[in-house]
Design a protein around this ligand. Structure first.
Ligand code: AP5
Ligand code: MG
Length: 190
């Protein structure tokens, strides 16, 4: 299975993707996790990414497309993958299509987790209290939500017109959301 998890900040992409990828036995590739790891390790990429992430802005397309192209070349991705946080702009979606086409692959499904803004803010502020992620402050959360609407919302339509989009209600317990996601993203094996 080749899957993408789309949705605004706090929608539960990471929570749900971790579980779904484990169940399907495919790698979970999160650009956000890769970038935070680079920041922790203090690599050149990490130094570049840190200030952009702390502002809630997106890194340049060519940079994240390069990271994802390298990740997708790994042997473990031959059986499929679950992308989380990528693609996030129409340019990234086009670049992903080009990358996949080069190896005769296509995406099976793009799952969109839908959660209202008030609930997103509540979730992210409560995570801030627990984990202290640098971009979980009220101002940066507001910015991330704006950036999502302006730059990532077009990606939803990009996949809708291609007939691969599955919309999933992301409100409820993680277990309830997982059951809906499982049914919507992998109807063949649900
Ligand atoms: P990224 O790490 O992708 O962050 P994000 O999209 O803002 O989303 P989050 O990780 O905050 O939320 P999530 O949807 O994964 O939800 P989660 O499961 O954690 O990106 C961070 C930054 O990196 C970007 O701003 C950008 O700068 C850069 N970046 C990354 N990818 C990029 C790209 N492709 N291009 C350019 N730049 C890029 O859940 C959130 C919280 O809610 C958790 O505490 C969780 O426990 C809780 N929760 C989960 N599900 C539920 C539920 N059902 N009910 C109640 N609480 C729940
Ligand atoms: Mg996440």
């Amino acid at each position: 299975m080749r899957l993408v998890m789309l949705g605004p900040p706090g929608a539960g992409k990471g929570t749900q993707a971790t579980r779904l990828a484990t169940e399907l036995g495919i790698p979970h590739l999160s650009t956000g996790d890769m970038l935070r790891d680079a920041v922790r390790r203090g690599t050149e990429l990490g130094r570049k990414a840190q200030s952009i992430m702390e502002k809630g802005e997106l890194l340049p397309d060519d940079l994240v497309v390069g990271i994802m192209a390298d990740a997708l070349k790994r042997d473990e991705c031959r059986r499929g993958f679950l992308l989380d946080g990528f693609p996030r702009t129409e340019g990234q979606a086009q670049a992903l299509d080009t990358l996949l086409q080069a190896s005769g692959q296509t995406l099976d499904r793009v799952a969109l987790l839908e959660v209202d803004e008030r609930e997103l803010v509540t979730r992210l502020l409560s995570r801030a209290a627990k984990e202290g992620r640098a971009d979980d402050t009220r101002d940066v959360i507001t910015r991330r939500l704006k950036v999502y609407e302006a730059q990532t919302r077009p990606v939803v339509d990009y996949y809708r017109v291609r007939g691969v989009l599955a919309e999933v209600d992301g409100v409820g317990t993680p277990e309830e959301v997982y059951r809906r996601l499982r049914q919507a993203a992998t109807p063949e094996i649900a």
